[in-house]
Design a protein around this ligand. Sequence first.
Ligand SMILES: C[S@@+](CC[C@H](N)C(=O)[O-])C[C@H]1O[C@@H](n2cnc3c(N)ncnc32)[C@H](O)[C@@H]1O
Ligand SMILES: Nc1nc2[nH]cc(C(=O)O)c2c(=O)[nH]1
Ligand code: SF4
Ligand SMILES: [Mg+2]
Length: 210
Amino acid sequence: MLSKEIQLEVNKGAMLPLMEEFYTIQGEGFHTGTAAYFIRIGGCDVGCHWCDVKESWNAELHPPTGVDLIVKNASAYADTVVITGGEPLTWDMTLLTQQLKDKNLKVHIETSGAYPLTGTWDWICLSPKKNKLPTQTVYDNAHELKVIIYNKHDFIFAEEQAELVNDNAILFLQPEWSKKEEMTPLIVEYVMNNPKWRVSLQTHKYLNIP
Ligand SMILES: C[S@@+](CC[C@H](N)C(=O)[O-])C[C@H]1O[C@@H](n2cnc3c(N)ncnc32)[C@H](O)[C@@H]1O
Ligand SMILES: Nc1nc2[nH]cc(C(=O)O)c2c(=O)[nH]1
Ligand code: SF4
Ligand SMILES: [Mg+2]
């Protein structure tokens, strides 16, 4: 249990359960191949059975960390910071993103969109999940839609989500990692038949980097 004082700071978004931070190459989606400092915030109740960071789910396992300290670490690296998790929109992102913007950093988010949008973002990657659908604010503001393909039904889900996201969002299909041998050829064929979509791969996993 957190003390009352710390719980209040977390509620304000002045402290966040920090799981890890690492400087790497964005592996997925529109900005694939570009250097970025990743900040992984713990806490997620969406429950994707194939999630590749289940250790992030329980926020209590990750120490509440002051936003000023998180920002100080981040600004020493590249000009782009990616906030991921866990589900970052579990928390109020206003103070974290404000302070990163004050350092002239570009601030990106990886989100399921399951909670309303908070914070100021240069790039919003929405990866919707069937078990907890995105909120309208995230559909309206997403720059890219990245749908994970675990089985054939996910192509239908992807088209439903493309109808709901704003018209400017760039559309990606990404194979679920454990099903990639089966799903990647289907994605390739699907994108050739439906060229409004693009292929996204988890290239960092092929490169053996974080
Ligand atoms: C771990 S999630 C954290 C951010 C947020 N909770 C979300 O789901 O967007 C980061 C990205 O990894 C994707 N992802 C997670 N597990 C995956 C897997 N096994 N295969 C492919 N993509 C995966 C998610 O869909 C999301 O786009
Ligand atoms: N290199 C790298 N790129 C990523 N893009 C999204 C990631 C995430 O877990 O949110 C991720 C990640 O974990 N590593
Ligand atoms: S929403 Fe993201 S962090 Fe949460 S379980 Fe799904 S993939 Fe994992
Ligand atoms: Mg990842």
